[in-house]
Design a protein around this ligand. Sequence first.
Ligand SMILES: [Zn+2]
Length: 300
Amino acid sequence: MTKCPVCGVNFQKGDYESLAKHISQLNGKNDPFHAGFIKDYVPMDNPDSPQFPSKLKAFFQLPGNSLSDWMASVFVNRFYGDKPHQFMETMQRPKKSIFLGFGVEYYFFLKQKIKSLSYVIAKTNYEDVQKFEARIITPELLNDGKENPSQMSLLFKMCETLGVNKDTIATSSPLPPTLHSVKLWGTIAETDPWIEVMASMNPLDLLYSPKIKEKGAKTFFYGDSVLTNEWIPDQAKQFLSFMSDPYNDFAFEGLKLLEKYGKELDATESVQAVFIRSIDALDRHLVARVTRARQYEGKA
Ligand SMILES: [Zn+2]
């Protein structure tokens, strides 16, 4: 079975003709999301042309039959290509406000991530998958930062230093793009098979993986000088160092598990579709971090 990478409707396995027809029909009705998919991934002057299905099929074709290589390459093109995402650009020479924008919006992402990965554990019977997800979420639930750090504890310390405390974050609301994305991930977690829940969340860790440059990324999610820049607070440096520590990097291990079980369960196409939906949601959430930072400008 394949799915629409934009709205998730189902099609027969390998039926790119019907998928192409669906996408071009909605594009014709000026649906911005389906039109956006064409623009971002299969740019064509005329998506009604007979070449569209074969171009679409070519986009989903796996290089060397490797799902993990395909995901890494799509991810790099989307966020780390010649024109990096505006969040990454902002983080090259960051103002203090971006650390607040990052921290506050990311808090809501992280809460959903813990839930989504818990759904994977609950829905799958494969122990290797359960253990993998448990390794990621356990520190976030149990490490309060007093003895052992976690993303959550370091995020709170970073924001507190910049003037926004834990209670303020926990009782605030995310900006609409983050809220919309979190809702999408929540719906996928509740309703879709475990492998799709996994595909919606684990690959997003590629954003912070120190190995992403080996896959062609032109930059990283923070500039080279950030960790040595003396006016950047230590708490922000600690947060970034923890996020990008190879010891905490589970991104490629997650891709390999998706590749393995995608083959075994004949679910590769649906994994690809959910992955695309999910990186679009990530994109919107990253824009919200930058928007949030602007709101803090002058205050931090
Ligand atoms: Zn669709």
